[in-house]
Write a protein that binds this ligand. Structure first.
Ligand code: GLP
Length: 242
């Protein structure tokens, strides 16, 4: 695991976006695994800047996201589809049909998970998977549980996740209780992974996930096994790292 200590999320985003841009330039195309939440926001802002400066084109990029809330369609401002469109897809030249998220309003959620599994098999391997980390160690929406779940699945969000994500909603009651998420094997099969963590609030979980035992009670701990993991974190998030 490579750890890059940065001053703040702006510098972290600049480094993560540079890794993505270099890959696209080198390959001419790429399959990118994207994440939502505040952690990747500066990465997306830098990607947009680089695109506007004519430095990179996303025309041959395929973008696949980790997760989506159940019950929110893409026009809902708190849906992850909306987030991705707003922060990135509508501001670069990626073809909309090459951007993929689970469909949170699918009538048959089991069939939707199967569709996403097939899609990921077709798109694989993901060249770079961007990740944030939840306060309880979740990646995507893989919540702490008794075992690591391999494929795309529907998950009941934990009370701490609902509370943490309520900051984006008018009331805690508005936060969806379920989500569809890519599974652990799908995340781990990415050729390289960038984990972003900023702020003191992530310090405990970052230490637990990356320096303690690998356990499904802390889903991000599985990342210790990945051969090409880059952690980009600020001093505050790394404060308890040993
Ligand atoms: C959400 C997302 C995760 C994200 C996590 C942390 O629950 N499903 O993919 O990593 O929140 O979010 P933040 O980066 O805002 O701390």
């Amino acid at each position: 695991m490579k750890i890059i200590r940065v001053k703040n999320s702006l510098e972290g985003g600049a480094i993560a976006s540079r890794m993505i841009i270099d890959l696209i330039k080198e390959k001419g195309s790429a399959t990118l695994g994207f994440a939502t939440g505040s952690s990747p926001e500066t990465t997306y802002a830098h990607l947009v800047e680089a695109y506007k400066a004519g430095e990179v084109s996303f025309a041959d990029v395929r973008a696949v996201n980790l997760d989506e809330y159940v019950g929110l369609d893409g026009s809902h401002p708190q849906s992850y589809r909306y987030f991705m469109n707003e922060k990135l897809f509508s501001k670069i030249d990626v073809k909309r049909e090459n951007t993929y998220l689970p469909n949170g309003i699918a009538e048959d959620l089991t069939a939707e998970c199967e569709r996403y599994n097939r899609l990921i098999s077709t798109l694989s391997p993901i060249d770079i998977q961007l990740l944030g980390i939840g306060h309880n160690g979740h990646i995507g929406f893989n919540e702490p549980s008794e075992s690591f779940i391999d494929g795309t699945h529907v998950v009941e969000l934990s009370p701490s996740t609902i509370e943490a994500n309520s900051r984006f909603f008018e009331a805690e009651n508005d936060v969806p209780r379920r989500a569809i998420t890519m599974g652990i094997s799908q995340i781990m099969s990415a050729k390289s992974i960038i984990l972003l963590a900023f702020g003191e609030g992530k310090s405990e979980i970052l230490r637990a996930a990356l320096t303690r035992e690998i356990t499904p009670h802390i889903p991000a701990s599985i990342l210790q096994k990945h051969e090409n993991l880059t952690v980009i974190a600020d001093r505050e998030a790394l404060a308890k790292f040993d």
